[in-house]
Design a protein around this ligand. Structure first.
Ligand code: NDP
Length: 293
């Protein structure tokens, strides 16, 4: 087995795993790879990576094993049959999934003599190997510290969130809940613009300015929310209710899909019904803290 600081194994060669293996090659590492579809290793092998003939041999090659699979179910598909080959391995799991899946997988790894570092990587393949990119990690601190230099090849910055293996996945999902919803709001704006004869390019600057204004709101409301204060001194939910209904009707009038603005208006309506009309719309956080009965 090779030294953990000089060599790694990468299992899973989708766009992300390929970029990771390439980054390790760029840094002079000896890289062993394995992928269900072996042909996806061709370019890496041409650059000097070793394609292991089996998962067992990929695991035997190195202490540090980077996993970049679609989800944790794929990990079980790949690793469950290997049984004893996991003993002594550090599984750096950069596959995305839920915090609960990450915790269960960490326990599963320990039962097989391995240890998991959960990773939450928030950049696309082009950001892999870049010094400015960052990845969330959680799991045993001493394992993270020992292998930090290896992790810094994947992204130049590492953001260790704590021992709980679910934390890195949680931070990843916190970003994703905002990413998907925000991008969907952008698609909605483009659909509305197009229904009015405008192209995406015509609203790009306005969309960018709107998005850039959000961090100021994040900071302003974070302090108040943590203090449990939803004062209606700057905005009132009743005002927001009227505004989101304007948004809903603007979309309906244009004949575009109203699923998203309807869902937004429904949440505001629930806040109104719960008696928050005179409070800030940040009071919706209290509503969102538990699932609707
Ligand atoms: P892909 O889904 O394109 O590929 C992941 C790999 O998983 C492939 O090598 C695929 O093998 C393998 N795989 C999937 N299912 C199975 C299975 N049942 N058995 C064996 N192998 C399996 O993912 P990406 O490379 O795009 O991403 C990897 C992870 O990183 C994902 O969890 C993703 O959410 C996350 N991520 C992705 C980003 C992106 O921009 N792409 C950005 C940030 C995070 P095969 O080649 O044989 O199909």
């Amino acid at each position: 087995m090779s030294s953990s600081t000089q060599s790694v194994t990468v299992i899973g060669l989708g766009p992300m795993g390929q970029a990771m293996a390439a980054a390790f090659l760029d840094h002079g590492y000896a890289v062993t790879v394995w992928n269900r579809t072996a042909s996806r290793a061709d370019d890496l092998v041409a650059r000097g990576a070793v394609l292991a003939p089996s998962v067992e041999e990929a695991l035997a090659a190195n202490e540090v094993v980077i996993l970049s699979l679609t989800d944790y179910a794929a990990m079980y598909d790949v690793l469950e049959p290997t049984a004893t080959a996991l003993a002594g391995r550090v599984l750096v799991n950069l596959s995305s999934d839920t915090p609960e899946q990450a915790r269960a997988a960490a326990r599963w790894a320990v039962e097989r003599g391995a240890v998991q570092l959960t990773g939450g990587i928030t950049v696309p393949p082009s950001g892999v190997g870049q010094s400015a990119s960052s990845t969330f990690y959680s799991g045993p601190r001493e394992v993270f510290d020992k292998h930090r230099l290896v992790l810094e090849v994947v992204t130049g910055r590492t953001d260790y969130r704590g021992e709980d293996p679910g934390l890195a996945a949680l931070f990843y999902q916190l970003g994703m809940v905002m990413f998907w919803t925000s991008m969907l709001s952008y698609w909605q704006a483009i659909a509305l613009a197009r229904a009015n004869g405008l192209a995406a390019a015509d609203i790009l600057q306005h969309a960018t300015d709107t998005a850039n204004s959000l961090p100021g709101f994040f900071a302003f409301y974070a302090e108040r929310i943590d203090a449990g204060r939803h004062l209606g001194d700057v905005d009132r939910l009743a005002m927001g209710m009227a505004s989101v209904e304007h948004v809903l009707h603007t979309n309906a009038d244009a004949g575009v899909d109203t699923a998203l603005p309807t869902a937004v208006a429904r949440l505001f309506r629930r806040g109104m019904d719960a008696g928050h009309a005179a409070d800030s719309f940040s009071s919706l956080v209290e509503l969102l803290k538990k699932a609707e009965a």
